[in-house]
Design a protein. Structure first.
Length: 639
């Protein structure tokens, strides 16, 4: 095969698989998979939410009727009511368990979840309703209405469950919901009539309620039946055309028209009870049938998925066979180029940068040889040559940056050393002037100038440390830590706010004295800067098993947890100095000094709301003995 453009090969390789995958994905996802999962979700909701809710409604209806009867009797709590309450409690528990299970909540949308919560909230009122029944503080109508709020919430929940996109299933489910609601309205009528039969009459309010319940029941039953198909509606027609149902409707109309209890109360009780059982069986069987239809529809969708997946797989296999022949050679060419590029990016270039950071010399020709490329695709050959140019440029840039950094550090260090020299001479001159004068005012001014010069010395030493060198001041003999802390305090602007109690007797090696003094001074400066001008900064120290701990506590506003964790990370692992990050110079100096001597610096939240800096000086930096030593210069306090 002659040289071809990479665009030609990529188009030939990817066009057919992409088209096949897009077509398969669009078909399966848009028209099949979504409907399948929706139907499966509907089945889960029926088993976990709808069916337990229907069982709950049935038990609430029974307890509602028996409660209305109990209010018309002298017995406070008949045995049948006690048993009914027990069954209601079990139904509530079962509904709560099923509706809040993981399987149910996984397929529950926010609207349905809110409906479940409303049902549970209404069931929480059962105890209050029962207390009113037992204490006879509510009449029959109030009790029936209270229980009906539970069934109403359950029916609203059932309406939320009916969400399938299959229009035929949706229509049948809505029709059954209306018939179920109509059945509940008849149950309310029966509860009122049963209670009034014991009492001998219906109250005026109960008559008014019956006048609303009866027509609404018939309307819902008619509307629901009209939406059902023949298979679902057939048993309902047989039921509504039966002599028993017609007799029940006749008694209902007679009772509403005459505003009196039915003439034949025994007939009402028998017909209502028989119709209730028959309707319960009808609704349960129709719900099962509808759920079975949803399962069958889901099974049909699975068949579609299999067919669509098979056709899509055949298309993909054809695309793979064609693409493999064209892509094999291209993959080999790209593979060799990829390995060379990865070796440059992940191995050789980082090694070069690391060597440059350590100050080692690097030969550009040796470290950036041309990347070998083989193949027939001219674009890949051009990319290989471009990578060779890129790696050479990258190595040259890294070498140039390292040289620039080294030159910058040298200039930085030389300027800082010159400043150090001038500051040391100025301190010596001030010391001489202090010894020669006896004027208190002049002496106070000299002390203030001495303090400013001491702070200037710390700033100069900070510049030296930033350049990678040592501060310059050294002590041959160990120095008491108390003197080190006092010297650090003397280098702080608001040194008067720093409280230093006597520290345990411990000594610092002379080689680490200057760096530890500088480290503590930086932390003290931060503590005084980020706390109120009137607040004290407290320093504590104690000997621990791993060395000596110094705590610097301020009472400022503190810092956020994320910010404190970030700073602790920098203190634990000193970052590379970045001239653009000039606001963190003190932090960089502290981290460099701590790493140099193995000192651990950690910031934590102070109990008073500020920040506590904990400095752990290791045993290796502490002097084991107390030899003859040259003391640090005395710290002069200012009035």
């Amino acid at each position: 095969m002659g040289s071809r453009t990479i665009r030609f090969k990529l188009y030939a390789l990817l066009s057919l698989p992409i088209v096949a995958l897009i077509a398969l994905w669009t078909f399966v996802t848009g028209y099949v998979v979504g409907d399948f999962f929706e139907l499966r979700s509907a089945t889960t909701l029926y088993e976990r939410v709808s069916a337990p809710a229907a069982a709950l409604v049935a038990e609430v209806q029974n307890e509602r009727k028996l409660s209305a009867v109990a209010l018309s009797k002298d017995v406070s709590q008949p045995d049948d009511l006690t048993e009914a309450r027990s069954r209601t409690n079990k139904a509530i528990t079962d509904f709560r368990t099923q509706a809040t299970s993981l399987e149910a909540t996984t397929v529950t949308d926010p609207g349905l979840a809110a409906a479940v919560k409303r049902v549970l909230a209404e069931t929480d009122e059962v105890r209050s309703i029962r207390r009113n029944v037992d204490g006879r503080t509510a009449n029959r109508l109030q009790t029936v209405q209270a229980f009906s709020r539970i069934t109403d919430a359950a029916y609203r929940l059932q309406d939320q469950v009916v969400t399938v996109s299959d229009i035929r299933l949706y229509q049948q489910a809505v029709g059954l919901q209306r018939i179920t609601h109509a059945h509940d309205l008849l149950s309310r009528e029966d509860a009122l009539v049963s209670g009034a039969t014991i009492a001998g009459r219906l109250t005026h309010d109960e008559y008014e309620a019956m006048e609303v319940l009866a027509p609404n029941r018939r309307m819902l039953l008619t509307e629901g039946a009209a939406t059902l198909d023949e298979e679902l509606r057939g048993p309902l027609n047989s039921l509504t055309d039966s002599l028993a149902y017609r007799g029940l409707v006749t008694l209902e109309l007679d009772m509403v028209d005459r505003s009196q209890l039915p003439r034949d109360r025994d007939a009402w009780r028998a017909l209502a009870g028989s119709f209730d059982l028959t309707m319960d069986r009808f609704l349960a069987s129709r719900a099962e049938l509808l759920n079975s239809r949803a399962d069958d529809a889901a099974g049909g969708i699975i068949t579609k998925i299999v067919l669509a997946g098979g056709l899509g797989l055949a298309a993909i296999l054809g695309a793979v066979v064609l693409s493999a022949r064209l892509g094999r050679g291209l993959a080999e060419e790209l593979g060799s180029l990829r390995l060379a590029a990865l070796d440059l990016a992940e191995v050789r270039l980082p090694q070069v940068v690391e060597r440059l950071r350590k100050g080692e010399s690097v030969d550009v020709e040796t470290e950036a040889p041309p990347i070998p490329t083989t193949g027939t695709t001219m674009e890949i050959t051009d990319v290989g040559r471009a990578f060779s140019t890129v790696q050479r440029t990258a190595v040259q840039a890294a070498v140039g940056e390292a040289r620039l950094r080294q030159g910058f550090n040298r200039v930085f260090r030389n300027l800082a050393r010159r400043n150090q020299s001038l500051v040391h001479r100025q301190l010596a001159q001030l010391d001489s002037m202090q010894r020669k004068t006896n004027d208190p005012c002049a002496l106070e001014d000299l002390y203030r100038l001495d303090h400013l010069t001491t702070r200037m010395r710390r700033q100069s030493e900070g510049l030296v440390i930033l350049s990678g060198a040592t501060a310059g001041r050294t002590w041959r003999n160990p120095v008491p830590l108390m003197d080190v802390v006092r010297a650090a305090v003397a280098e702080v602007e608001d040194y008067q706010r720093v409280t230093v109690p006597p520290l345990p007797d411990a000594r610092l090696t002379g080689s680490a004295t200057a760096d530890v003094t500088h480290l503590l001074a930086e932390l003290l400066e931060n503590a005084t800067s980020f706390s109120p001008p009137t607040a004290q900064v407290r320093v504590r120290g104690e000997i621990v098993g791993r060395g000596f701990v110094i705590e610097i506590e301020d009472r400022g506003l503190g810092m956020k947890e994320i910010e404190r964790e970030a700073i602790n990370g920098r203190l634990a692992t000193p970052p590379e100095f970045d001239v653009a990050d000039s606001e963190q110079l003190g932090l960089f100096v502290v981290s460099q000094l701590a790493a140099r001597h193995g000192i651990k610096v950690t910031l934590s939240r102070s109990p008073f709301g500020g920040t506590t800096a904990v400095v752990l000086i290791p045993q290796a930096v502490l002097a084991e003995t107390e030899p003859e030593q040259r003391q640090m210069p005395a710290v002069r306090a200012l009035e």
